[in-house]
Design a binder for this molecule. Structure first.
Ligand code: NAD
Ligand code: TDX
Length: 332
C-alpha cells in the first residue's frame, strides 16, 4: 500500500486514474486540483473516504505543494491546461501551470526524495503526414506545434533534466488521444455528443481528414499504473492502442450511435497550425513492461461514451453554454 498524490485528479484523465486506482489496488489517494473551468469535483463523488481525500489547490503554490509532497510516497502528475484551442487564444495559463507548476513539483519531490510520474502527450512530437508509414517512438525528436504542446514538451524536458542533474526518481509517459467518461465538453468527442443532445449541429474543423490515435482512458490508467509498478527510473514510455481514425470517421460513428444521419454536421473554420496526424508505436511499454490495451473495439467504446453523456447530463450541462460561447468567438 502506498500513498499517492494525484495532481489534476478532478480532470478527465486524472479522475479516471483515481477511480481505477481505488477499484484495482489498495493505494491511498490524495487529489490536488485547482478546480479550473476543466476540473469537476463531482467527477470524484462517491469514492471511499477511508482511502481518498481531496485538496483544492494550485500546483504553482510552492508551500502547499511542499506540505503535500512531504506526506506522500508517490506523485502522479496530471494537472495541466490541456486544450489546444484555448492555448491559441491565451497561452499564459499554459506556461504557468504546465511549465512553472511542473517545476514546483519537481523541486518538492527532489527535496523530499519521492517517486514522480509525469503524464504527457504524444503532441510533443509534432505531427506526421497522412501517408507516412512511420509512427512516433521514444526516439522521435521533439517538434511541438501549439502553445499547449510546446509547454508540455518543456515540462517533459524539465523532468529529464531533474532526473539527470539531481537524481530525481521520475518516469514520463506520452499518450495519444483519450476518450471515455468525464471528458470536458470542449474536447472533440464530448462536444459532438452533447451538441446532438442539445440540438446543436456537430462541428468538424476543416476537411476532417486529420488523424488521431484513440485510446480509452481506462487503458491509459492501467498503463500509468504499470509504469509506476515496473517502469525504470529516467525512462519515457509511449502509450497507445493502435486506434488511428480520421475525424470524419469518428464523427460518423458518434452520429450513428446517436441515431442521426452520418452527414448531419457542419464544417467550421480550421484550427490554426492543426496537427495532421498522430500515431503511437507503444512496443516498448508492451514488450518491456507487459502492458496491453483492453478496449480494442472503438465502436463499442464510443457507444458506451455516448450512453455516459446521456446518463450524466447534470455533470456536463452547466459547462455547455459557456464552452459553445467560447467557440463562437473563435468561429469554430
Ligand atoms: P483536463 O483539462 O480534463 O484536466 C486538467 C485538470 O488539472 C483539471 O481538473 C484542472 O482543474 C487541473 N488543473 C489545471 N491547472 C491546475 C493547477 N495550476 N493546479 C492544480 N490543478 C490544476 O485534462 P486531461 O485531458 O484530463 O489531461 C490530463 C493530463 O493528461 C494533462 O497533463 C494532459 O497533457 C495529459 N494528456 C491528455 C490527453 C488527452 O487526450 N486528453 C492525452 C495525453 C496526455
Ligand atoms: O469541435 C471540434 N471539431 C474538430 O474537428 C473539436 C473540439 C476538435 N476537432 C478536431 C481537432 C483535432 O483534430 O478533433 C481532433 C481532436 O481535437 P481535441 O479533442 O481538441 O484534441 P487534440 O487537439 O487532438 O488534443 C488532445 O489529445 C492530446 C487533448 O486535448 C490533449 O490534451 C492531448 O495532449
Amino acid at each position: 500500500m502506498s500513498r499517492m498524490l494525484v495532481t489534476g485528479g478532478a480532470g478527465f484523465i486524472g479522475s479516471n486514474f483515481v477511480h481505477y486506482i481505488l477499484e484495482n489496488t489498495d493505494h491511498h489517494v490524495t487529489v490536488l486540483d485547482k478546480l479550473t473551468y476543466a476540473g469537476n469535483r463531482a467527477s470524484l463523488d462517491g469514492l471511499d473516504a477511508a482511502r481518498f481525500s481531496f485538496v483544492r489547490g494550485d500546483i504553482t503554490d510552492a508551500s502547499a505543494v511542499d506540505a503535500l509532497v512531504a506526506g506522500t510516497d508517490i506523485v502522479v502528475h496530471y494537472a495541466a491546461e490541456s486544450h489546444n484551442d484555448n492555448s491559441l487564444d491565451d497561452p499564459r495559463p499554459f506556461l504557468d501551470t504546465n511549465i512553472v507548476g511542473t517545476y514546483i513539483l519537481l523541486e518538492a519531490v527532489r527535496r523530499h526524495q519521492k517517486r514522480f510520474h509525469h503524464v504527457s502527450t504524444d503532441e510533443v512530437y509534432g505531427d506526421l503526414e497522412l501517408d507516412d508509414p512511420s509512427r512516433f517512438t521514444e526516439q522521435t525528436p521533439y517538434n511541438p506545434s501549439s502553445p499547449y504542446s510546446s509547454t508540455k514538451a518543456g515540462s517533459d524536458l524539465l523532468v529529464r533534466a531533474w532526473v539527470r542533474s539531481f537524481g530525481v526518481q521520475a518516469t514520463i509517459s506520452n499518450c495519444s488521444n483519450n476518450y471515455g467518461p468525464r471528458q470536458h465538453v470542449e474536447k472533440f468527442i464530448p462536444r459532438q455528443i452533447t451538441n446532438v443532445l442539445t440540438g446543436e449541429r456537430p462541428k468538424l474543423y476543416g476537411d476532417g481528414l486529420n488523424v488521431r490515435d484513440w485510446i480509452h482512458a481506462a487503458d491509459h490508467s492501467a498503463a500509468v499504473l504499470t509504469i509506476l509498478e515496473r517502469g525504470h527510473i529516467g525512462e519515457t514510455y509511449l502509450i497507445g492502442a493502435d486506434g488511428e481514425k480520421n475525424n470524419r470517421e469518428v464523427m460518423e460513428l458518434i452520429l450513428t450511435a446517436l441515431g442521426q444521419p452520418t452527414d448531419a454536421y457542419d464544417h467550421v473554420a480550421e484550427r490554426p497550425g492543426h496537427d495532421v496526424r498522430y500515431a503511437i508505436d507503444s512496443t516498448k511499454l508492451r514488450t518491456e513492461l507487459g502492458w496491453m490495451p483492453q478496449f480494442s473495439n472503438f465502436e463499442v467504446g464510443i457507444e458506451a461514451t455516448v450512453q455516459w453523456y446521456r446518463d450524466n447530463e447534470d455533470w456536463w450541462q452547466p459547462q455547455k453554454a459557456a464552452t459553445e460561447a467560447r467557440y463562437l468567438s473563435q468561429a469554430r
